[in-house]
Design a protein around this ligand. Structure first.
Ligand code: HAM
Length: 413
């Protein structure tokens, strides 16, 4: 809705800025893909594939699905476009609609918008740290606070099977007391037992042996490096042995960021490593790590935390001139301002200064820069604060830096 647009543009703008700072280039993939892509990558026995996909047949009889997440599509694009030939890791970000047939409620929609970042082609745990850091900094740069980062490792095909045996041994004596879903998970996807939210299953899940105790000699040091990296960057985290995520492709690191205080649909961002995914999709063994965040949930939190948005329509600065020479010079000043990232407009034609100031007032600008003969001679401008009608002479070079430092409400971005 129009009243929401300010939040959307703000979040998208900060996302683009932060992704640029960390070197994550934008990629756009189609809204729908072949159904088999998601079934293979997200996992046949996940909620997403079993219950939540919008799948249909097209006129050619092919099975298509509105994308229920972004990572599989990015990996498909990585393979299809030979991105293994690029310097690794390939750092990508995307922003677009995601579709899941879930029960709609606050913070959970059948169509939502995700920002995701993926770093593909590097197994160093430093990339996991980079991804968690990026997610954490992005949310903080937006102005969100009171966030909790949960961290875990779900191991790899070498150590997870052994852990699942131990996990099932722990659950087996309690099968009768578990919820019907957990009884199914016990057979089909035992790791997901740890994710159950039903009261009746909490004691068994809380008492389960932690995966961290069963990590192999590849996963254990990897997790240690991630922890150390986050500590070095001053990012606080909580180890959570029940964090397993709802998609099957994860290996090693998994993480989620939630607002302090929690809540059912509260996870703002989640992600992890997926070292087997590209191979599963037919490529060479290629590691990857990434995260995604739901923009609607970010906005809910911006609102509940009362984060004030910078005015997206900050009024431009108005440039007024007196005399022909100043008029020509004003064109240059206008362009200097715009090149410096400051929105600027001017009057046209031979209007009197009074008429130009009237126009500036009508546009609702907060400041006007006035150029006249005296200003041209001395390399200055008159800075007029419209509300008070106060004028001060400032060196011309200073205008841009003053505006850029934000001491004047002149910035347009
Ligand atoms: P996910 O945890 O399923 O992960 O979704 C990421 C984020 O999308 C969630 O943390 C949440 O903010 C938002 N979200 C999910 N479902 C909904 C919904 N129904 N309504 C509103 N917001 C929602 C993934 O999709 C993985 N692809 C993340 C990833 C990227 N892992 C590695 N790379």
């Amino acid at each position: 809705m129009p009243v929401e647009q300010g939040y959307w543009r703000y979040v998208e703008g900060v996302a683009a800025q932060v992704c640029r700072l960390y070197g994550y280039q934008r990629i756009d993939t189609p809204i729908f893909e072949e159904t088999s892509l998601f079934a293979r990558s997200v996992g046949e026995s996940t909620d997403i594939v079993e219950k939540e996909m919008y799948s249909f047949q097209d006129r050619g009889g092919g099975g298509l699905t509105l994308r229920p997440e972004g990572t599989a599509a990015i990996c498909r694009a990585y393979l299809e476009h030979g991105m293994h030939n690029l310097p690794q890791p390939v750092r990508l970000h995307y922003l677009g609609p995601i579709f899941r047939y879930e029960r709609p409620q606050a913070g959970r929609y059948r169509q939502h918008q995700q920002l995701g970042c993926e770093a593909i082609g590097e197994q160093d745990a430093a990339v996991d740290v980079e991804i968690v850091n990026l997610a954490w900094r992005f949310l903080h740069r937006l102005g969100l606070g009171n966030l909790v980062l949960y961290l875990n490792s779900v191991g790899c095909p070498r150590c997870r099977p052994g852990y699942l045996v131990v996990l099932k041994d722990h659950y087996e004596p309690h099968l009768a007391s578990l919820c019907p879903e957990c009884r199914t998970r016990f057979h089909r996807n035992p790791l997901r037992l740890l994710d159950c939210k039903k009261d009746s299953c909490q004691p068994v899940a809380d008492g389960a042996p932690p995966m961290l105790d069963y990590l192999c000699d590849s996963c254990a040091p990897h997790f240690q490096v991630v922890r150390e990296g986050l500590e070095m960057l001053g990012i606080p985290f909580q180890s959570n042995h029940r964090l397993v995520r709802g998609l099957d492709y994860y290996t090693k690191t998994v993480f989620e960021i939630q607002p302090g205080g929690g809540g059912a649909q509260s996870t703002i961002a989640g992600g992890g490593r997926y070292d087997g995914l590209i191979e599963e999709l037919g490529g060479r063994p290629t590691p990857g790590v990434g995260f995604a965040t739901g923009i609607e949930r970010i906005i809910l939190n911006l609102k509940s935390q009362g984060v004030a948005l910078p005015n997206p329509h900050a009024s431009p600065i108005f440039v007024a001139y007196l005399g022909e020479a100043a008029r020509r010079d004003a064109l240059k000043l206008l362009e200097d301002l715009r090149q410096g990232g400051i929105a600027a407009v001017s009057a046209f034609g031979d209007r009197s200064l009074k008429a130009q100031l009237r126009q500036a007032n009508a546009l609702g600008v907060s400041h006007t820069l006035i150029l006249g003969e005296e200003e041209l001679k001395t390399g200055t401008v008159l800075l007029r604060t419209m509300a008070q009608g106060k004028q001060e002479r400032v060196p011309r070079e200073a205008v841009l830096s003053v505006a850029r430092e934000g001491s004047l409400p002149l910035r347009g971005d």
